[in-house]
Write a protein that binds this ligand. Structure first.
Ligand SMILES: Nc1ncnc2c1ncn2[C@@H]1O[C@H](COP(=O)(O)OP(=O)(O)OP(=O)(O)O)[C@@H](O)[C@H]1O
Ligand SMILES: [Mg+2]
Length: 159
């Protein structure tokens, strides 16, 4: 596990800008776990990434509200939100296709129920509520791929 890096956002727009910068680092095969309380900005970040990649949400099967797939010719991004789900409830929900696609970009809110099913190399982003619009985002890479993306992201952030 690498040393955590703290990023700062003072508004929804800044989080969207951060998401746009992060999107530029993605090549496929990345896994991001987004943590933090309700209203912290996790979904704002995920939607920002999808928008920056020019992706449109495409309907997925059964577990529609738990997993949204965004596809283009170049990318396939899965947005997962497992709020209030237990590990024994994630079977047969349609995650198999996603888990088999090693080029998928997986962004997961409340990821604990599927944490064990995913590779260890993941970027953890912990959203901490500071003030009304202020957030700290503590980023920890858990492997070489996520470390490389995080480093690339940090290089794009003005000092
Ligand atoms: N710095 C900020 N970054 C992101 N969102 C912010 C920020 N400041 C205020 N907001 C607001 O906070 C809310 C974040 O909502 P969002 O749905 O992204 O939360 P979430 O972390 O996904 O929560 P949940 O766990 O319920 O899914 C939005 O209404 C957004 O406008
Ligand atoms: Mg959310």
């Amino acid at each position: 596990m690498m040393k955590p890096i703290t990023l700062y956002s003072n508004s929804r727009e800044e989080t969207e800008t951060l998401a746009t910068r992060f999107a530029q680092t993605l090549r496929g095969g990345e896994i991001v776990f987004l943590r933090g309380p309700i209203g912290a900005g996790k979904t704002v970040f995920v939607k920002g990434v999808a928008r920056a990649l020019g992706l449109k949400s495409s309907p997925t099967s059964a577990s529609f509200s738990l997993m949204k797939a965004y596809r283009s010719k170049k990318h396939c991004l899965f947005h997962i939100d497992l709020f209030r789900l237990e590990a024994n409830e994630v079977f047969n929900l349609g995650f198999e296709e996603m888990l088999e696609d090693e080029h998928a970009i997986i962004l997961a809110e409340w990821p604990d129920p599927i944490s064990q099913m995913l590779p260890q190399d993941r970027l953890e982003m912990d959203f901490i509520l500071k003030q009304v619009d202020r957030r700290e985002i503590v980023c920890t890479a858990h492997g070489p791929v996520s470390a490389a993306r995080l480093e690339e992201l940090c290089q794009t952030i003005p000092a």
